[in-house]
Design a protein around this ligand. Sequence first.
Ligand code: ATP
Ligand code: MG
Length: 414
Amino acid sequence: MSITAIRGFNDILPGDSDIWRRVEEEAYRIFSGYGFSEIKTPVAEKTELFLRSIGETTDIVEKEMYTFQDRHGDSLTLRPEGTAPVVRAYIEHKLYTAPVSKLYYTGPMFRYERPQKGRYRQFYQIGAEVMGDESPRADAEALSMLMSFFANIGVAGVELQINSLGDANCRPAYKEKLKAYLAGVKGSLCENCLRRMDTNPLRALDCKASGCIEATKDAPSIVDSLCEGCASHFGTVRKYLKLSGIDARINPRMVRGLDYYTKTTFEITSTGLGSQNAVAAGGRYDGLVKELGGPETPCFGFAIGMERVALILKETSAISKKPLTVFIALGEKAEEASVAILKAWREKGLKVMEDFSPGSLKSRMKRADRAGARYTVIMGDDELAKGEVSVKDMRTSAQEMLSFEAAAQRISLG
Ligand code: ATP
Ligand code: MG
């Protein structure tokens, strides 16, 4: 029996990888225009980092982490998300000596979830963190950047939902209010929510169980319980979103799956994905850097789900690909001359593959077709002597003799 990939771990094959590359390049381009630089952190961290940051009573820590002991007996965890590692690196390398650090990252994350369309056990995120800025304008600017990114790569039908989770000033009182409310609807809550009711009652608002959704319909809204500072912060975020021309729907039930969030949280959904429809999410985490041993540092960050973005683009968008040309040299002189011609064409940015196989011209043309060639260029010793090649348009079957220069021009057209 042959060996297959681990369940929930995917190969990204040619074709799809073109979409991935476009998405990544567009993200780098846009993010760097806002002053972000890339950071790369390891795929594994000490388990303790995630226990202390994500929160012990979250789904991720309770049941989704890939945790194992290395040969020395140390507990390691494959990163389930990118923010905690970035914060760890930020503190470890004293990046806080700069007034604001704007960092982005991309790479695989690991969560032991039920694999399904748009949900995998190894999945990729592109994320960004603004570290050291408490202004609500930083939240709005990062959101605006994210919306530009989606517009630029051609993801349509996106909706931004925002909420504020308050802070250490106002959340404790809200938690108590919510606890009291949940106590009244105890009978309808799932086991998980019952168990977490005292330690982490907010999780009930995020629960997907139908009983919990129904039972928490009339739960008190956190937006109504914000202290003055948090309410004003939230108001300014909304004002600056409006100034950026962005519509946001306020969703007071959105609490997100990580415990470190404070104030602004958000999620961006897209139509056309079915139930796994969140394409990006994030929020403010003003307490995390201090919690992990660094100085007080207000931060805002987000992560984009690569697979879901790629799924959308695969179905809807016309990502323009460079046309492929297969070059067939006939005869030894033509073969030798092809080296310099192709080198020059590639330097112009053309996508050319030479066919080195033996066989009749007919069979080589067939191979070119199967390789997906948009054009085939044929050069025999005679053509070479005249400084010409024969260019065949594989879509229309039209064939013409062109100078090297004109041929290069021709095959650059899609
Ligand atoms: P969801 O509600 O879909 O489970 P989440 O709240 O767990 O998402 P985050 O941890 O905030 O998501 O991650 C940000 C983004 O990463 C999500 O919006 C989604 O696009 C993507 N993502 C999260 N988990 C997975 C997964 N298991 N497979 C693929 N993409 C994922
Ligand atoms: Mg999740």
